[in-house]
Write a protein that binds this ligand. Structure first.
Ligand code: FES
Length: 104
């Protein structure tokens, strides 16, 4: 399964992501800039912030209750389709997903 990150400068990084891996872990493993995952996925850093494009948001779904307050402390300003990528796990339905990395 694949995921693509679009960086603030327009550069794209596409990587193989195994099923079940979080998209934060995948970004860190592939050195995607600005997706740091400092807390290791424990919902305490918000450095895994991404924005989900409109054509993917239905499949990704809304933030969970624990993620919601952390989205208000992201470095880049929160957008309606902001998510913390440590809370999104790769599934067959998300194969080919595109994530926008916001400018801090
Ligand atoms: Fe820290 Fe997602 S990795 S909140």
């Amino acid at each position: 399964m694949k995921a693509t990150w679009i960086l603030p400068d327009g550069q794209q990084i596409t990587a193989e992501v195994p099923e079940g891996q979080s998209l934060m872990q995948a970004a860190v493993a592939h050195n995607v800039p600005l997706v740091l995952g400092e807390c290791g996925g424990n919902l305490s850093c918000a450095t895994c912030h991404v924005v989900v494009p409109p054509d993917w948001i239905d499949r990704v779904g809304p933030p969970n209750d624990f993620e919601e307050p952390m989205l208000d402390v992201t470095e880049a300003e929160r957008q309606p389709a902001s998510r913390l990528s440590c809370q999104i796990r790769m599934t067959a339905a998300l194969d080919g997903i595109v994530l926008i990395v916001p400018q801090p």
